[in-house]
Design a protein around this ligand. Structure first.
Ligand SMILES: [Zn+2]
Ligand SMILES: [Zn+2]
Length: 265
């Protein structure tokens, strides 16, 4: 399988997941031009995309969906709640209803040789989910935009070979920063975003002996720095049962506005 993060953060989220036969976009929160640039870096084009799966209706996840769907007629997979949210978002424009495929949490679906499983997450959207992707041999899981997690989600995402997990904010920067009180409360709430420390604790529970790459994503521009996120998560991973030194893991932060490396497993 192959995985590439094309953009990550509050200014837009898109990832690319590929198996031998299928190419799937996860979220569509940047301009089509930038998505096409990312696809070119992976040696494919918009015509090669078999499906786009959407986590939730916030604009940093759907901004480019209308344009992409009108140009390439790509089938869209997401929850009924998220479709309702997308329909309420005028800036996306008209999306052909026949492109929608309604999916539900914990019910796996198939795109060619790729099996995709959505899982409910805690976030202030209608029906948000995160996803795991597998070709039957390897597993890639991506979870951003979640204010909390539980043992069930840990169980669902464990056993992955590549993880992209949100490390949204440094709590001290957020508390001392310029955001209005209600927004700070929202981000810190159970239906907001994971702090760097919470992300580290979550990832620690997802470690296994074949996990190859951990990417920290959805970093806040105002309330985080890549170095802070990396250090905080590294601290949480120290002395775990798989490795005494967190540096043994390929741990890094995703780029906000340009594509990351193409990872192959
Ligand atoms: Zn987001
Ligand atoms: Zn969101």
């Amino acid at each position: 399988m192959k995985f590439m993060n094309i953009a990550s953060g509050s200014s837009g989220n898109v990832s690319l997941v590929m198996t031998d036969e299928a190419a799937v976009l996860l979220d569509c929160g940047i301009s089509l031009k930038k998505i096409e640039e990312g696809l070119r870096a992976a040696d494919i084009s918009g015509k090669d995309i078999d499906a786009v799966v959407i986590t939730h209706e916030h604009s940093d996840h759907i901004k480019g969906l209308g344009v992409l769907s009108r140009k390439y007629k790509v089938p869209i997979y997401t929850t009924a709640g998220t479709i309702k949210g997308i329909n309420e978002c005028r800036s996306v424009g008209i999306i052909d209803k026949s492109l929608y495929n309604v999916i539900g949490s914990d019910v796996a679906f198939q795109i060619k040789d790729m099996t995709i499983t959505p899982r409910s997450i805690w976030h202030d959207a209608y029906e948000p989910v995160c996803y795991s992707f597998t070709d039957g041999r390897k597993k890639i899981s991506v979870a951003t935009d979640l204010g909390n997690y539980n043992d069930y989600l840990v169980k669902c995402l464990s056993d992955s070979d590549i993880l992209l997990i949100e490390a949204n904010h440094d709590i001290r920067m957020l508390e001392a920063g310029p955001y209005p009180y209600h927004l700070k409360r929202r981000i810190l709430s159970e239906r907001g975003h994971l702090s760097n420390e919470a992300s580290g604790r979550f990832i620690r529970q997802l470690l296994n002996d074949h996990l190859k790459t951990i990417i920290l994503g959805h970093l806040s521009k105002e309330n985080n720095f890549p170095e802070l996120a990396y250090e905080a998560v590294k601290q949480e991973l120290m002395g775990n049962q798989y490795s005494k030194d967190a540096r043994d893991f390929d741990l890094h932060t995703a780029f906000r506005d340009r594509n990351d490396d193409l990872y192959e497993i």
